[in-house]
Design a protein around this ligand. Structure first.
Ligand code: ZN
Length: 411
């Protein structure tokens, strides 16, 4: 993949291309699963059983974590996923609460813990701050899952039938598409929801023959190589005031009191509201791009690294770049489109027309002008460079009518 770029004569030398993945890899990443979240409306009795199920799962999680931790500390022995999966049966015999649960619930807990450990080892390997998997306190464990439709859960009429809980009322927004594989029941801000993972068939969209490069920024949410600029909605900043009021209310209430609990839940609802607004907006942006373009080239930004830059933090998280990227990749897999990630180095400092490099360009410069006559918004120029790097990958640079940069000549 990388090889095709080396030695391409028209490529400005300062633009490098890195990880590239197309729909084939994307579908592997997202598993061709579509996730659909629906709210549950359990009766008071059902709510109790849900809470109880969650609590039993939490204890089992902590038990498994303790076993892994002790085995390692005392005997330097790794306890694997399969070893713990085999213990589920015994645990259900010993523990009266666990005995009442579907065995899949406890097995999924073991899988979740294993995922946490895999992520931990991954971080150690990459040299990041490892962050050992934690024991989960009562308010830090908020979901459990089932892994086989018809075995522990199924849709029964308009309700969701859950083993040990009963038939729960559901607000369906749309019929479930495809084949339901798994479900995850979540508690968030005092509300219960179910997230179904369904296997859906690809629904290729009609080809448009167009490609686009996208530059994500702080000033704008994104700029495309066709000159379209989508502004940052910045709800978070707008709703910040309300958030501050609610946060203050929490800190003024007595610790452990019921008024504090109420204030906390109001705060959580506000956070959720903002998250929902953001998600909705990003989904719409992703959809409009997927519909219009066959190929989308994005920068492969290291969001975690950038968030560490104190001055940029809030607007970057606010813009939800990571979410947008994920949405694009998922939707592309579903619609048979291609998403290409390229290395962002020098994309904003290079002229998209002649390949000249402006070493003295600062973050404050919003407009770029070049000796070759190019004059345009900085982010749009960057988006064109990004598209350009992507094109080198698929080797159809002339097909979409972009001016081709000449050999890079620094000013
Ligand atoms: Zn130029």
């Amino acid at each position: 993949m990388h090889g095709s770029l080396v030695g391409s004569p028209r490529r400005p030398q300062h633009i490098r291309s890195k990880a590239i993945f197309d729909t084939a890899c994307c579908s592997r990443l997202s598993g061709e699963l579509s996730l659909d979240k629906t709210y549950l409306y359990p009766s008071p009795a059902q709510r109790l059983s849900l809470e109880e199920t969650l609590e039993t799962c939490r204890r089992w999680y902590n038990t498994c974590l303790a076993e892994r931790k002790e085995a390692w500390e005392k005997e330097h022995r790794d306890v694997g996923k399969y070893e713990q999966l085999r213990q589920v049966k015994e645990y259900r015999r010993q523990n009266e609460y666990a005995g009442r649960l579907h065995s899949h619930l406890l097995q999924v807990v073991v899988q979740d813990l294993d995922k946490a450990f895999c992520a931990f080892f991954q971080r150690v390997k990459k040299g990041e701050t490892p962050g050992y998997p934690r024991y989960k306190g009562q308010h830090r464990f908020d979901s459990f899952g089932l892994k086989e439709y018809g075995n522990g859960f199924k849709v029964d009429g308009r309700r969701l039938k859950l083993s040990g809980v009963g038939r729960i009322r559901v607000r369906w927004h749309r019929p479930l598409e495809g084949k339901v594989k798994t479900v995850r029941i979540c508690r968030q801000a005092g509300k219960w929801s179910a997230c179904f993972a369904c296997e859906v068939e690809e629904k290729p969209l009609p080809s448009t023959g167009k490609a686009v490069g996208i530059d994500v920024g702080v000033q704008h949410l994104l700029a495309t190589s066709e000159g379209e600029v989508i502004e940052n909605p910045r709800w978070y900043s707008c709703e910040q005031k309300q958030l501050r009021v609610l946060q203050r209310r929490v800190s003024r209430r007595k610790l452990g009191g019921s008024n504090r609990r109420k204030a906390v839940s109001a705060l959580q609802r506000q956070h959720e509201h903002i998250a929902n607004q953001r998600k909705d907006f990003l989904n719409k942006v992703a959809h409009s791009l997927i519909v219009r373009y066959d190929r989308i080239v994005l920068e492969d930004l290291h969001i975690q690294g950038m968030v560490r830059n104190r001055h940029l933090t809030k607007s970057i998280l606010d813009a939800g770049w990571g979410t947008l990227k994920r949405r694009l990749v998922d939707k592309a897999a579903e619609a048979g489109r291609q998403v290409i990630l390229v290395h962002p180095a020098y994309t904003s400092k290079t002229c998209s027309s002649c390949g000249a490099v402006w070493e003295d360009l600062t973050r404050a410069d919003r407009w770029v002008e070049c000796a070759c006559g190019l004059s345009m918004e900085r982010d749009v120029n960057a988006a064109m460079n990004i598209l350009w790097v992507g094109q080198a990958h698929w080797g159809k640079s002339t097909a979409i009518g972009l001016r081709l940069p000449q050999e890079a000549t620094p000013l």
